[in-house]
Design a protein. Sequence first.
Length: 134
Amino acid sequence: MAEFVGLAASVTGLLEIASKITQLSYTYVCDVRNAPKTQKQYLQEVSAFTDTLFRTEQEIQEAEATGLVPARPASLSDDVLQDCHMTLCSLQMDLEKQLNRLLWPFQERELRKHINSLQRFRDIFTNFLSANIL
């Protein structure tokens, strides 16, 4: 049970950072319709990842409320959660340090890297959600 509480705290912390990243990202792209394709993909992935974290947090809270706490999967190990946290913190810092310039802070290659990282972490949390729903 304590391990599950730690997971809940980690997910809540990740959700806070992801929400801030979403807010910062949309600050740069005022008109998403005219944004380049890669920027649109990035914004979609940030939004999808944040939504997945939100659903994960809800699922954990429901499991705790019902007392039906599932085993924590190996895919959500402390190392994976720490890697996700560091990746999100780095992304947030990159966005914040360029905010005063109001220019898109990432080149195409960096943006693709961020998209891939967000997709990888979203897949891990989606798999966790799928396993809990079943």
